[in-house]
Design a protein around this ligand. Sequence first.
Ligand SMILES: Cc1ncc(COP(=O)(O)O)c(C=O)c1O
Length: 372
Amino acid sequence: MLTTTSKRIAAPRRLLYGPGPSAVEPRAYEAMKEPVLGIRDPYFLEVMNEVRAGLREVFGTANRMTFTVPASGSGAMETAVANFVQPGSKFAVFAAGVFADRITIMGQRQRAKVVRLEKTWGEVFTAEEAEAFIEREQPDVIAFVQAETSTGAYQSGRAIVPAAHKAGALVIADTVTSLGAMPVELDAIGIDVTFSCSQKGLSCPAGLSPISISPSAFEKLQERKEELFTWYLDLRLMSKYFEPPHVYHHTPSPPLYYAMHGALGAIEEEGLRNRWDRHKRAGERLINGLMKLGFEPLVKQAEHRIWHLTTVKPPEGVDEAQFRQKLLDKFNIEIAGGLGQLTGKILRIGTMGPLATDENVHFLTEAMAACL
Ligand SMILES: Cc1ncc(COP(=O)(O)O)c(C=O)c1O
């Protein structure tokens, strides 16, 4: 009885080279030891406001309505869909991976009419394709995944947003994997609503997911007549906690905010652009090293690759599950296999936060070579 909890927890030290959770920023770990405070403690509110300011920086936005949903990335995805996709409305999804499929299902569960433009997994949509689809469908809301973690493809949104706005549609972007490691650039691209997570490019533990809403999208939401099906994820209620007088909606977890504060502080010190460059260099170094070992990139065009999430087909005759097990047993390295239609076919390797350095990529490549 209670054989694990009667001892002190002593989790193994893994090297998290997967698609997330990624290695936690040391400052974030450190910060989590600080005392828990009340939900309106002035010190805690200051931390919360600084976290919100830091998130605006990494999102590239001036959106006042930038805060955190108390959930993992999927909870923030559901928040965006439940608030902005109305029953009976037309919801258009750019679909080329598992996370676009997930947002599709969420739209269907909101009783929207969901239409999809599909593309081969690992590819991105062109402006011509986006325009034709949006012109044909005339949707109320569109969604795309900026960094599709199931395939390794990055789509900034520049090919999609202008056509969506021309048709008067609101744009939701999944920035779960791009935030903190690659350009998100909400305002420059014109994305109306976005959601992300803490456990990938921000190098924090999971559980607190950033969301950002443009002033015009928030205004539209305020005008929505009927009540939402969900209470917990209702942004009209949730947002009131983040602004004075901080009306109680849910109990926030101070250690998760401390962690995010520490991680955002580390990003500010390094400089966001320097951090992007570091992730780009690490990704390029990794894919070059892996190609020399006989791995084949899933995303053919280098400019469409997520810098910090590399997807490769293993060399002929290598069983991906056995290969991953060997890496874990011999080197304590965790990488991931494929999802959905790519299950058993590819490896997904993250070089995020503290692991996105020349030395750490070199170590990983050597370890992978030793396990072939
Ligand atoms: C692009 C994308 N969207 C959504 C999610 C869901 O996030 P979570 O696993 O934190 O619920 C993930 C998780 O990997 C993701 O990569």
